[in-house]
Design a protein around this ligand. Structure first.
Ligand code: ASP
Length: 352
């Protein structure tokens, strides 16, 4: 396994296939370890992880905090409503306050693209050692969600060896509001890196055809793509034509808070054209799993019956699995960042 080279984790575009393998392998070990109560792992003892969420979150924030605690870190949380931000403090000064309190890791979510990157650059410029983990920035990137989706799919296809190879040649259909989705963008980098062929599907107003070329050029800011042989990306506007042959379907929330104009006429029509239900999934030609990053608009992106079809062995809907996997994936990220100067091999060896 290669050396872990990512000081900050800002965008999966920078990840090589070996990086995905390191995160998935470590997460798989954490997943099967008893890490609650007195049996917490000591890896981050004495370290402080601060979650700075300038946008709402249910899953990401709490699972980062649980992940940090399971590795014995101290945790501090920031919420804009009850902070000095409302008294006019700048975002950078807010971040510096947590650095001054000794934060080793800042997990940052913001409604504007590239805020985590700007914070990382500002902290580096002033010689701080604190690392930044992107908890979701605008439409741009949501690395930990992309990784937990990848793990969930790899685990579904190969429960004993949930590694990037499990995705090779799989056809993964992503349906919905692609335009406003940082999750779709992170999944595009992750899934194609592991050799999956991604089909994007949604109404033309929420899925510009230029998305077909999303991973064609080297990732932004890099002259060479760290993955030389990615899977393909295709665009479709008709769900019933895109379903046959799919090995898994991921559906995305309609991000009304990010829609500046009226991009959809009505939700009933959207559900009729792009909503998932059991009968429609029959078109895949075999039982396929359904994923959604949450929060779900019940009855819009999928029927309530499909959302509730979560039985551990026969259920179609992997939404709860995704939530469960969020913790070991985030443990792996925190662990690797803390061990950034040593090798991923050493990190794995120390977990046993
Ligand atoms: N929770 C995901 C995100 O923060 C997806 C969503 O909000 O629809 O991007």
């Amino acid at each position: 396994m290669s050396r872990w080279t990512h000081r900050h984790i800002l965008d999966l575009a920078a990840f090589s296939r070996e990086d995905y393998a390191a995160v998935l392998e470590l997460a798989h070990r954490f997943r099967s370890m008893p890490v609650t109560g007195a049996r917490k792992l000591p890896a981050l003892q004495g370290r402080l992880v601060a979650t700075l969420f300038f946008e709402p979150s249910t899953r990401t924030r709490s699972s980062f905090e649980l992940a940090a605690r399971r590795l014995s870190a101290d945790v501090s949380s920031f919420s804009p409503g009850s902070s000095s931000l409302s008294k006019g403090e700048s975002l950078l000064d807010t971040a510096r306050t947590y650095v001054a309190m000794g934060a080793d890791v800042l997990v940052v979510r913001h409604q504007c693209t590239s805020v985590p990157q700007q914070l990382a650059e500002a902290l580096e410029a002033s010689g701080e050692r604190t690392v930044v983990l992107n908890g979701g920035d605008g439409l741009h990137s949501h690395p930990s969600q992309g990784l937990l989706d990848l793990y969930t799919l790899a685990h579904h296809f190969d429960p004993l060896h949930p590694l990037p190879e499990a995705l090779r040649g799989k056809r993964i259909l992503i349906v919905g509001d692609i335009l406003h989705s940082r999750v779709a963008r992170s999944n595009l980098w992750a899934l194609t890196a592991c050799g999956a062929d991604v089909v994007l599907c949604g109404p033309p107003s929420l899925l510009p055809s230029a998305f077909a070329g999303f991973v064609d050029a080297p990732p932004p800011g890099q002259s060479v793509d760290p993955v030389p042989d990615r899977g393909s990306v295709t665009v479709s506007h008709r769900l019933d034509e895109a379903l046959p042959g799919a090995d898994a379907v991921m559906t995305l929330r309609l991000q009304k808070e990010r829609m500046s104009q009226h991009l959809l006429t009505d939700l009933d029509r959207y559900h009729r054209d792009y909503g998932l239900n059991h009968a429609r999934l029959e078109r895949c030609g075999k039982p396929v799993p359904v994923l959604h990053p949450g929060p779900v608009n019940r009855g819009v992106e999928m029927t309530g019956a499909l959302l509730d079809d979560t039985g551990r062995h026969s259920g179609r809907c992997l939404v709860e699995e995704q939530v469960r996997h969020g913790i070991p994936i985030r443990m792996a990220l925190l662990y690797l960042m803390a061990a950034a100067e040593s090798s991923a091999d050493a990190a794995l060896a120390s977990v046993g």
